[in-house]
Design a protein around this ligand. Structure first.
Ligand code: FES
Length: 105
């Protein structure tokens, strides 16, 4: 399946479901997208679906997105750092205003 397109949604990081994103190094999932707050406080949004065999990628708390199934790793642009994933995961735009994170792409 291809990653979501025409994405445009807002999550509120003051709500319990997404409050992990108030702290660097954490991540959540929303609408098939993994949203991470890296170790520098930058927000990153990627398609959660590994391009190898479709497992759900995770975040290592610093700057990389490992897949638990066969060891692929993606960077903050969604590019492959380590295979077997054959191609990048889609990256989305993200911006914070107050407690509201807007994801588009
Ligand atoms: Fe992600 Fe295989 S499904 S590495």
């Amino acid at each position: 399946a291809s990653p979501p397109s025409n994405v445009n949604f807002i999550i509120d990081i003051s709500t319990p479901q997404y409050s992990a994103l108030q702290t660097n190094g954490n991540y959540v999932y929303a609408n098939s997208i993994i949203i991470a707050r890296d170790s520098h406080g930058n927000f990153v949004a990627l398609s959660e679906v590994c391009t190898h065999a479709g497992c759900t990628i995770q975040f290592n708390g610093v700057s990389q997105f490992p897949c638990p199934c066969h060891g692929s790793i993606f960077d903050e642009n969604g590019n492959v750092v380590q295979g077997p994933a054959p191609s990048a995961v889609k990256k989305y735009s993200i911006s914070l205003s107050g407690n509201k994170l807007t994801v588009t792409g």
